[in-house]
Design a protein around this ligand. Structure first.
Ligand SMILES: Nc1ncnc2c1ncn2[C@@H]1O[C@H](COP(=O)(O)OP(=O)(O)O)[C@@H](O)[C@H]1O
Ligand SMILES: [Mg+2]
Length: 310
């Protein structure tokens, strides 16, 4: 299988400091993949190695099967990059920036005019076309940076903390736009330190201190952190006689009784499979269930659990 990105034992030392520690990463074609972790985790360093901007101390990276160390030019042709820090020309206008990058990617004449026009419309930049990039607001700068990253219609878009420090409407806009790109078949590798945003990703790698501590779907990572899903029941105290014997029930996490009602949290292997049967089984034993639901666990809590003592 060819992955959009396949990093193997990727490592980077800065002096004696290991910023990226032998990570394996596989981004599938057509997915939104999140590289998630706190500041200093090693996300930007990883991305810069994927793009061939930084030479790994060890390990390899392939982008759509192309070895970055051997054919960086090819990789840049199929990849768009929006860096963490605004890196466009602040003393050029919005349109001049777009035209410059379009020409760097080999567009000329009418093709270039057309593409720039498309991007001005697509990213609602037309009203700012004659404004210097340095004078744009934060959100508009971000839209321009994304437009520039997409100027050559890449198959892979790499975005480094696109939503750091921007307002919620722009954050939402970005995620909606990523979903739209995914629909068009573009693969997206996005880094963020916002755990809530990472819920939008198809799959994630959780990074901490240069290492990948977990990877999988948001749901899968939460399961890994807790050893399963958590369901909460409001029921009769007698439920405790039976709960542990039901299929898929791993353990009772905590319980309390208030006004004669037992509230109990139970760890199960898969809440979507087990919740309904648990309620049914209890009722068959004559135990009333007042309420049953899966407990929402945040990625942030999962991350903390996975990195405790690390
Ligand atoms: N060029 C560099 N020289 C020395 N240390 C660096 C360099 N770039 C990054 N680092 C260090 O490597 C670690 C990871 O940085 P970075 O990849 O930027 O993390 P993140 O993007 O997750 O915030 C940090 O401790 C950072 O200070
Ligand atoms: Mg970074």
């Amino acid at each position: 299988m060819i992955y959009a990105v396949e990093a193997t034992k990727l490592t980077k030392y800065f002096g004696s400091f290991k910023a990226v520690d032998s990570i394996d990463l596989k981004v599938r074609k057509g997915e939104i993949f999140g590289l998630l972790g706190p500041n200093g985790a090693g996300k930007t360093t990883t991305i810069r190695m994927i793009l061939g901007l930084l030479k790994p101390s060890a390990g390899t990276v392939k982008v759509f099967g192309v070895d970055v160390a051997k054919n960086r030019k090819e990789v840049l042709k199929i990849t768009g990059y929006m860096p963490q820090r605004f890196s466009l020309y602040e003393d050029l206008t919005t349109e001049e920036n777009l035209r410059l990058f379009a020409s760097l990617y080999g567009l000329k004449g009418r093709d270039l005019d057309e593409r720039v026009g498309e991007l001005l419309d697509e990213f609602q930049l037309r009203e700012y076309r004659y404004r210097l990039a340095g004078k744009l607001s934060g959100g508009t700068k971000q839209r321009l940076a994304l437009a520039v990253a997409l100027v050559h219609k890449p198959r892979l878009l790499i975005v480094d903390e696109p939503t750091a420090g921007v307002d919620p409407p722009i954050r939402r806009y970005f995620w909606e736009y990523f979903r739209k790109l995914r629909q068009e078949g573009v693969t997206i590798l996005v880094t963020t330190h916002y755990m809530d945003e990472a819920e939008n990703c198809d799959r994630l790698a959780l990074m901490n201190r240069g290492k990948i501590v977990a990877h999988g779907t948001p749901q899968g990572i939460k399961r890994l952190a807790y050893g399963g899903d958590i369901v909460e029941l409001y029921t009769e105290r007698r439920a405790l006689l039976y709960l542990k014997s039901f299929d898929g029930v791993k353990t009772i996490l905590n319980k309390d009784v208030k006004d004669g009602v037992l509230r109990v949290k139970v760890l199960v292997d898969d809440a979507s499979d087990r919740l309904v049967p648990i309620v049914k089984n209890l009722e068959e034993k004559g135990v009333k269930v007042l309420r049953a639901n899966q407990v929402f666990v945040s990625l942030e809590d999962a991350f903390i659990k996975l990195t405790v003592g690390d």
